[in-house]
Design a protein around this ligand. Structure first.
Ligand SMILES: Nc1nc2c(ncn2[C@@H]2O[C@H](COP(=O)(O)OP(=O)(O)OP(=O)(O)O)[C@@H](O)[C@H]2O)c(=O)[nH]1
Ligand SMILES: [Mg+2]
Length: 317
């Protein structure tokens, strides 16, 4: 490892904010040109991870994720915890203003040395985004932030990926969207550890709470953790203390049920598998060469070659 990277990581681990910021930029680009440096930094950081509690917050655009995240962070601070916030925004290339809006919303926290905020715009594939997010989260964890909050817009695969990164997944619903049962995307109830009905100051909040309760009763969980339904008004902070209580209760449940350990193992397995896939893919592709690879695809597409034989050929090149 190069000496500058080693000292950068040391400085970040010691809590120097500038070094933390640089470390995050480095590991966020683990796929890009600084790949080797990023990997070296992540390797150095890794033994220091595993301390933070990670909360994933997901919900439809405009449901109040950022407002709620800022409130949750403030509540954690009142309870003496340091906080890292990662705002993942896969939509930002299309709606450029979102990140700026988030920054303004988070400003109340920005003078606080116990809070570190990072916004990530999407680059490349969503899979890449999930991995880069997990790298940024690891770095913040290693740098000593005790509570990490990951905000992600509800767009399917990313939210599920990010749910796997977090210990606790909070799903936001808002009232007044017609038939709630329709608006709840398939799979969202399965990933929710906490269900928050934000904008509880709006008409119909009670109805939304009741609809969610009915849904949970329709698909009861076998045993163990039952997701609580928590109304909030993120703009005023109403209900936020109860949300934070619920995150702490959920983590306590994970620990005493043994799920904390199982999650950690599942995460390690996932991560190793993803890295191996990617690395093997990269090596085989490099061996075969882009031109030959393109030719093989062409042959498979035109039925001159079957995909099984083509794969064997690539593996044995
Ligand atoms: N009335 C009311 N407005 C709220 C509440 N929470 C958030 N808002 C408002 O809803 C709007 C969207 O809030 P954001 O926090 O930006 O929502 P978001 O989910 O982060 O939005 P994106 O990141 O763009 O998807 C803002 O104008 C907030 O002030 C609430 O509990 N009640
Ligand atoms: Mg937001």
């Amino acid at each position: 490892m190069s000496a500058p990277i080693f000292s950068l990581v040391q400085a970040a681990l010691a809590g120097q904010r500038r070094a933390v910021a640089r470390l995050l930029s480095l590991v966020e680009n683990a796929d890009a040109r600084e790949r080797d440096d990023a990997r070296a930094a992540l390797a150095q950081v890794y033994p220091h991870t595993g301390q933070a509690q990670m909360l994933g917050v997901t919900g439809a655009p405009g449901s109040g994720k950022s407002t709620l995240v800022a409130q949750i962070a403030a509540e954690y601070r009142r309870r003496g915890r340091t906080v890292g916030i990662v705002a993942v925004d896969p939509t930002s290339p299309f709606s450029g203003g979102a990140l700026l809006g988030d920054r303004i919303r988070m400003q109340a926290l920005s003078g606080d040395a116990g809070v570190f905020i990072r916004s990530m715009a999407s680059r490349g594939s969503l899979g890449g985004l999930a991995r880069n997010t997990s790298n940024v989260v690891k770095a913040l964890d290693a740098c000593g932030y005790q509570r990490l909050i990951i905000e992600t817009v509800g767009v399917g695969q990313t939210e599920t990926d990010i749910a796997r990164t977090a210990h606790t997944t909070l799903v936001i619903q808002v009232p007044g969207m017609g038939d709630e049962i329709q608006t709840l995307k398939a799979g969202i109830l399965e990933i929710a550890d906490l269900l928050v009905v934000n904008k509880a100051d709006h008409l119909g909040a009670d109805h939304t709470v009741a609809a969610l309760r009915a849904m949970l009763e329709l698909s009861p969980r076998a045993a163990g953790w039952q997701p609580p339904i928590l109304p909030t008004v993120a703009t005023t902070g109403q209900g936020v203390a109860e949300v934070v209580d619920a995150t702490e209760r959920h983590v306590a449940y994970l620990r005493q049920s043994g799920q904390w350990e199982r999650q950690a193992r599942a995460r390690a397995a996932d991560e190793l598998e993803a890295l191996l896939r990617e690395e093997l893919w990269r090596r085989h592709l490099a061996q075969v060469g882009e031109t030959r690879y393109a030719a093989l695809i062409e042959q498979v597409a035109t039925r001159q070659l079957d995909p099984y034989t083509a794969a064997e050929e690539i593996l044995h090149t």
